[in-house]
Design a protein around this ligand. Structure first.
Ligand code: NAI
Ligand code: 15L
Length: 269
């Protein structure tokens, strides 16, 4: 497909949105920014909620593609998740369909498959075809987003790369993150590949760096042109000294989703 130039970045005020605002313009993209929260120093940013269908329609008008990051990014009461992540993502796809946008990069999450046991040493890496095993209403909403993307490809021909992001922060901050961390630079590389690869239909990829302790299979990401450059291993010694190795008998350590798999989750809003 012709390289997209104008890209709508939803969730532009958030953690990943802020990182991508700093990196993606160097790839030649003109970013149109949207968030429910105003963005300081960005007078042209669109301040709108995903519930506002008219604002979404206007926001997607004329863009070549969308990177959809907006939404609740941790566990929360179902009603809030329903509104922001399920209805909000539906509204975004409807707006894209109505305005003829052909490519979306969807910020899915490792929590779609959070209850998948992490692979033992030497066991096969987790494939993208592993069944959904959401660990929270949050993970469930991302599983819905992946299926919504599939529907829009099959029914309307809108292409999506669903990126099951691991942990995208400046640095990993736990031993679990050594396996699923995605550096900001690799995140931009993966989003760029997802925006420019030909014929993605609906492709699901894991989003991480090429970590030494990787738990999942990056081959579908590599197949769309992603070449990760970073590895969390440089942080391993310090993090293991601070927190110890993962304990297989601890339910918060046994599965991909980490502490999201404990009840009640400790990170709840
Ligand atoms: P974040 O919570 O920092 O940013 C989310 C942004 O979405 C916020 O600026 C918020 O104001 C906006 N937002 C929330 N509800 C909205 C609504 N109804 N309408 C408009 N804007 C709304 O999250 P972060 O870390 O930047 O993540 C971005 C996306 O990537 C999220 O969808 C998250 O679920 C997903 N993700 C992030 C991971 C990470 O490691 N940071 C891991 C896996 C998935
Ligand atoms: C996510 O989906 C969250 O949005 C992010 O804040 C992290 O908690 C990440 O997963 C993780 O699993 O570390």
């Amino acid at each position: 497909m012709p390289a997209p130039r104008t890209v709508l970045l939803t969730g532009a005020a958030g953690g990943i949105g802020t990182l991508m605002r700093g990196i993606l313009p160097a790839y030649g993209y003109e970013l149109r920014l949207l968030d429910a929260t105003p963005i300081e120093g960005e007078p042209d940013a669109i301040t709108a909620d995903l519930a506002d269908k008219e604002a979404l329609r206007e926001a997607v008008r004329g863009v070549d593609a969308v990177i959809h990051l907006a939404g609740i990014s941790l566990e929360a009461p179902f009603e809030k998740i329903l509104r922001a992540n399920i209805e909000g993502t539906y509204n975004l796809y409807e707006a894209a369909r109505e305005e003829g946008v052909e490519r979306i990069v969807f910020a899915s999450s490792n929590h779609t498959v959070g209850f998948t046991p992490r692979p033992a040493d030497g066991a096969p890496l987790i494939p993208v075809s592993t069944p959904h095993r959401p660990d929270t209403f949050y993970g469930l909403s991302k599983a819905f987003g992946e299926d919504l993307a599939q529907l829009h490809w099959d029914l309307h021909g809108i292409e999506t790369v669903s990126v099951r992001i691991g942990s995208c922060f400046m640095e990993p901050s736990s031993v679990r993150m050594l396996s699923i961390w995605m550096s900001p630079g690799d995140c931009a590389r993966l989003f760029h590949a997802a925006l420019t690869a030909d014929g993605v239909g609906h492709t699901v990829v894991y989003g991480s760096s090429a970590n030494t302790r990787l738990w999942w299979d990056l081959s579908s990401a590599r197949a769309i042109g992603y070449e990760p450059k970073d590895d969390s291993e440089q942080y391993a010694e310090k993090l293991i000294a601070e927190h110890g190795e993962l304990d297989p008998d601890n339910p918060g350590h046994a599965n991909l989703g980490g502490e999201f798999c404990t009840d009640p989750p400790q990170w709840k809003h």
